[in-house]
Ligand binder design. Structure first.
Ligand code: DX5
Ligand code: ZN
Length: 235
């Protein structure tokens, strides 16, 4: 049974770094999940790609199910797939607590966001760097999470696109106290503070964790950097 609340409550714990299980060691998945738990992470971000909506393929329901069995951490599942409505309930059954769909894949996301919440999960809406913020604005009331992409989805290790900053600022004035702003792509020590200062609560991080030897140090440095930006900007 998905736990919408486990994802919604992350906002109260912000800044929260969510490691993206895209660049992890899939041959040692359990070891990586334990290392992340030991590092004190508050949730995991799972990147599902279909080779159609994005030019890369990752994994589907069976791996989400496998990770569900390994951990009680909230699972924030990012669907980069062409037909999210077709698979929403299967991903919730597999163990997603939050399910984020792309507006570019679902031009009318309202019924799917509603469906996700009816399934008991947190509903997220993502949009790409080249999609204007106005495209998602009408659907804000239906979102538990708004995911601002700071790279074109598909691959880890890309450079942060600063177009995300203005979008975060704009959205941060328009969301309610129960809604989270999430940013994904190119988040690392040099970029996390400006995102935190612009109002992000949840920070998806791939290479800046999995490309380092000590996950605990990397996660705490990133959260510390974001926390400092929160304090300076009064967020
Ligand atoms: C991009 C994915 C991300 C990404 C994060 O398509 O949604 O979650 O891989 O990785 P880094 O932090 O390396 O950009
Ligand atoms: Zn992602």
């Amino acid at each position: 049974m998905p736990s919408r609340q486990s994802v919604v409550q992350l906002r109260g714990a912000a800044p929260v770094v969510l490691p993206s299980l895209l660049l992890c060691d899939f041959g040692n998945l359990e070891r990586d999940v334990r290392r992340l738990e030991d590092a004190g992470v508050r949730g995991l971000h799972l990147d599902v790609m279909d080779g159609h909506f994005v030019p890369n393929l990752t994994y589907g329901m069976p791996l989400v199910e496998a990770i569900r069995k390994l951990t009680d951490l909230p699972l924030d599942v990012h669907l980069m797939i062409s037909d999210p409505a077709q698979y929403a309930s299967q991903f919730c059954d597999a163990g997603a607590d939050g399910l984020t769909i792309h507006i570019e894949a679902a031009p009318d996301p309202a019924p799917i966001l509603q469906q996700i919440q009816d399934l008991g999960a947190a509903a997220g809406l993502a949009f790409n760097p080249n999609t204007p913020v106005e495209a998602i604005e009408p659907y804000l009331p239906l979102c538990d999470i708004v995911l601002v992409m700071s790279v074109m989805p598909g691959f880890g290790g890309q450079a942060f696109n600063a177009v995300a900053i203005e979008k975060l600022k704009y959205l941060s004035d328009r969301i309610g106290p129960e809604q989270s702003l999430e940013v994904d792509g190119g988040i690392a020590l040099p970029t996390i503070a400006s995102c935190a200062g612009a109002g992000a609560h949840l920070f998806v991080v791939g290479s800046a964790i999995f490309g380092t030897s000590d996950y605990a140090v990397s996660v705490s440095q990133l959260e510390e950097r974001a926390r400092t930006a929160f304090t300076t900007t009064g967020r």
